[in-house]
Write a protein that binds this ligand. Structure first.
Ligand SMILES: [Zn+2]
Length: 155
């Protein structure tokens, strides 16, 4: 039996987990499945526009591993767009990490939530000059990992 795969860090949990093309009857609808860490890879590379090295660092994985996850994710999304398939986001092997945020104006600090918008504003004064503090682990979510195989090694 191989070693459990390393846990990937994600800073974002998708709130929409099912995307369906319009006009395709359910009986003929096919799905592609993306894991939570695949969505995170797309988000870091294609939305935040980070270099692959930086993306890999943020997720606590090697660059080749990041490249592999990203390529797989892009292939699936493209396949869904071209062939009219639904996209489901589920499972994976990841650890959700929240970020500590601080308002530059009133110095209020709080933990980011998975439901936060990409550019949060201060809950106290509504200011939008928000600094990101060093990472802080607040919860771990493991999905699709059989307990009989033990706890995967932490990143
Ligand atoms: Zn504030």
């Amino acid at each position: 039996m191989g070693r459990p795969p390393k846990c990937r860090r994600v800073e974002f949990l998708p709130q929409c987990t099912f995307f369906k093309p319009a006009g395709i009857p359910l009986w003929s609808l096919e799905e592609v499945s993306l894991t939570v860490e695949e969505v995170e890879a797309l988000r870091l590379k294609d939305m935040e526009g980070l270099e692959q090295e930086k993306c890999a660092e943020r997720m606590g994985i090697s660059r080749p591993t990041f490249q592999r996850i990203l390529t797989g994710a892009r292939q699936k999304v493209t396949q869904a767009l071209v062939e009219g398939k639904a996209i489901r986001v589920e499972g994976g092997n990841y650890e959700y990490v929240s970020r500590r945020l601080r308002c530059a104006k009133c110095r209020t600090e709080w933990d980011s939530q998975p439901t936060d918008p990409a550019d949060p504003s201060c809950p106290q004064c509504g200011g939008n000059e928000i600094a990101r503090m060093p990472r802080r682990r607040c919860q771990t979510r493991m999905k699709n990992w059989p307990e009989s195989q033990g706890t995967p090694e932490k990143a």
